[in-house]
Design a protein around this ligand. Structure first.
Ligand code: G3H
Ligand code: 13P
Ligand code: ZN
Length: 313
């Protein structure tokens, strides 16, 4: 199955346009029908391009064929939405996603020695480019929990002196950079830490035609943390990246911004509140729909107030 047989868009084109016009395409992760439709509803309401991101563990959770069944069934308008493998750690999983009908893949070789990162990224590029699927790669290592298989304890910023050669050798279409963001809910010890915009600026200067990608970009809305804790949760010291800093990164060639944790917080906060305030309900559709609506609301908010991608299709 090839993505152009149905309604999915090529990620490369979405990102080139975003970089040219100074906004970012949001990449929101999903894991089931509710989270998928939350994102699609937000895209529809805001008329924003959107990247549907599937991590390796989410792919395993949904099952490849089941996931493609949901995507095909969604019948969305052509050219607005991409389906993307997030943090593929091997050539094999990138090939698998491409063959299923994904329109882009990320090969994440950031934990590999540089020469291996380059050779494996290039191997994936050679496979996916033959069928017009786009490739994202990563140079530098983000801190935090990436997925159940990867916990990056030792982060390292992207070296601006390496990016030009890396892009040339790998033939990547976009590059994920490490400038101080991290995965998960605990990104900051205090609120005045800032991202390394000096590094980002240098990277953008050295590879002016390559759209950059910011992972670990959730802002962790405190209203959801509070709501979770109010209704039985126990989450302490969760802190994200401020919207102002993400907007600043977008002005420096970041054309794709990855958000997963914020959606998890919105979803969980709504479920906790619904179950606590309506103790008599036991139909999962009731609380799952409340969760979907809250996640849609948060995606809309981020599209409008951070990404600047509304009405850009
Ligand atoms: O960057 C990774 C995403 O947040 C995915 O995490 O493997 O738990 O789905 P996950
Ligand atoms: P967050 O944990 O900040 O949402 O990052 C998600 C991400 O980078 C997915 O690839
Ligand atoms: Zn990520």
């Amino acid at each position: 199955m090839h993505y152009s047989d149905f309604w999915l868009a090529n990620t490369k084109n979405l990102l080139k346009r975003a970089m040219r016009d100074g906004y970012a395409v949001p990449a929101f992760n999903f894991y089931n029908t509710e989270t998928l439709t939350a994102i699609l509803n937000a895209a529809q309401i805001t008329q924003s391009p959107v990247i549907l991101a599937v991590s390796e563990s989410a792919l395993e959770y949904m099952g490849g064929e089941m996931l493609m069944g949901m995507i095909r069934g969604a019948e969305y308008k052509r050219g607005q939405i991409a389906l993307h493998l997030d943090h593929g750690h091997s050539f094999e999983v990138c090939k698998y996603a491409t063959d299923l009908g994904f329109s882009s893949v990320m090969f994440d070789g950031s934990a590999l020695p540089l020469s291996k990162n380059i050779s494996e990224s290039r191997r994936v590029a050679d496979y996916v480019h033959k069928i017009n699927v786009s490739l994202e790669t990563e140079l530098g290592i983000l801190a935090g929990t990436e997925d159940k298989n990867t916990t990056a304890k030792n982060h390292s910023y992207t070296d601006p002196d390496l990016v030009k050669d890396f892009v040339k050798q790998t033939q990547t279409d976009s590059l994920a950079v490490a400038i101080g963001t991290s995965h998960g809910a605990y990104k900051r010890k205090n609120t005045n830490e800032t991202l390394r915009f000096d590094i980002l600026e240098q990277i953008a200067k050295n590879i002016p035609n390559t759209p950059l990608v910011l992972h670990g970009a959730s802002n962790i809305p405190q209203k959801y943390v509070n709501q979770i804790n109010k209704f039985g949760g126990d989450i302490k010291n969760a802190r994200g990246i401020s919207p102002a800093q993400i907007r600043c990164a977008i002005s420096l060639h970041v054309a794709k911004v990855n958000v997963d944790s914020d959606s998890r917080f919105a979803f969980t906060a709504a479920i906790r509140k619904t179950l606590a305030t309506k103790p008599d309900i036991f139909d999962p559709r009731f609380y799952l729909n409340a969760a979907r609506e809250e996640m849609t609301k948060n995606c809309i908010d981020e599209i409008q107030n951070i990404m600047g991608s509304g009405y850009k299709i």
